[in-house]
Write a protein that binds this ligand. Structure first.
Ligand SMILES: [Fe+2]
Ligand SMILES: [Fe+2]
Length: 238
């Protein structure tokens, strides 16, 4: 480990990402079960209900959060030398997420949802749009000045659940729509790189005093994700 990394941050990340991987895997198995997907109406309904929102999030979280983090690296770090690996990683993440959004939009189109990101009011109802915008604004961590806060709110948390969700949907879609399932798995394969760039940011930019704040952001995120999954599940199954 170099002297530019904080040992406290490394320990924190090792603990929380391991916990997130285990817990989110279990939550997705429980709340995105085959029974739940059958109940909402099978593969076609899963695409209608889950994929357009996911595409929107891939685009807006995936482009705007790394862009904001790059701005902080420029202001607080060393974008040309020490932190150029972070700048490269974030640029690659933006490229990947725009590609993911377009792939998911293409899947949605094949299932009859006509998505156009520049005209998104045409395919999102108002309540869903508001909820997505609110989630996005929370993920930007606007009250904190630094790239590490949104990194734990997104790359080191949301991206982990995205991997589980995409694999779960792919397994469910496999027998009826194998191409869509393959495309979902391909998207999931990129997400580990984004977790990695998030870890680099947290390790390099966090001070020991940041750790309780980062822990709180992670906990809040975990609760919100579980809440969202449970609410949708209970609304359908009970
Ligand atoms: Fe993505
Ligand atoms: Fe990602």
């Amino acid at each position: 480990m170099s002297d530019t990394q904080s040992q406290e941050a490394v320990t924190f990340l090792n603990e929380t990402t391991a916990e997130f991987r285990n817990e989110m895997g279990e939550l997705v198995q429980k709340y995105y079960s085959d029974e739940y997907f059958d109940e909402i109406g099978g593969p076609e309904a899963v695409v209608h209900q889950v994929v357009p929102d996911l595409a929107w999030r891939e685009w807006f979280n995936g482009a705007m959060i790394p862009a904001r983090q790059m701005h902080y690296v420029f202001e607080q770090g060393d974008p040309y030398y020490r932190d150029r690996d972070i700048i490269v990683g974030l640029s690659e993440q933006i490229r990947d997420e725009v590609k993911h959004a377009n792939t998911l939009a293409n899947i949605s189109r094949r299932f009859g949802v006509d998505m156009d990101f520049a005209q998104w009011d045409q395919w999102l109802d108002e309540d869903v749009a508001e909820a997505l915008v609110a989630q996005h604004q929370a993920a930007m961590a606007p009250e904190y000045e630094g790239p590490q806060y949104s990194a734990v709110g997104m790359q080191c948390s949301t991206e982990i659940i995205a991997v589980h969700t995409l694999h779960r949907m792919a397994n469910y879609m496999e027998s009826s729509y194998p191409n869509a399932a393959d495309q979902m798995r391909e998207i999931a394969n990129d997400e580990d790189d984004h977790v990695h760039v998030g870890r680099m940011i947290v390790e390099r930019f966090s001070t020991p005093e940041d750790i309780p704040v980062l822990r709180e952001i992670t906990e809040t995120k975990r609760e919100r994700i579980e809440n969202m999954l449970r609410t949708r599940y209970e609304r359908t199954m009970e």
